[in-house]
Design a protein around this ligand. Sequence first.
Ligand code: TYD
Length: 141
Amino acid sequence: MPSERPLGRIIALPKYDDPRGNLTVADLQGGMPFPIARAYWITDVPGGESRGAHAHRQCREVIISVSGSFCITLDNGQQRETFHLKRPWEALLVETGVWRTLEDFSSGAVCLVLASHDFSEDDYIREYDEFREYIARNPKK
Ligand code: TYD
């Protein structure tokens, strides 16, 4: 029986409190697990909508709620865990080969995603059945 593929983990980003406004940093020195190749953000999610139900083959992602809140459920085929992201300095690392679903967006939520690779449609696994086959064929080393 192969060991479980890691789901991900919360990373506490360095935050500089300041009476003029707080500042948070995402860099390698401060705990980012990879150099950032790409950033994208999701806004204006209507109530009840969900986004991002897929997995990636190569791309690792760090997901941050820079405003408002939302939930991310991670699923490695054996185990599921839901994270409620609600603070701009709490980042969630999503490992490769993990099915992730974003939902329960609050009004005005802004979801920032920092990615390890450029966009490539070939890197996506978009069907859950295909995901199950992928993890069966690619057990964690
Ligand atoms: P996608 O990651 O598929 O979001 P979701 O799983 O929530 O549907 O992104 C939606 C579309 O946006 C995708 O089909 C193509 C485009 N897109 C880019 O062109 N570049 C990017 O970096 C990302 C993330 C998406």
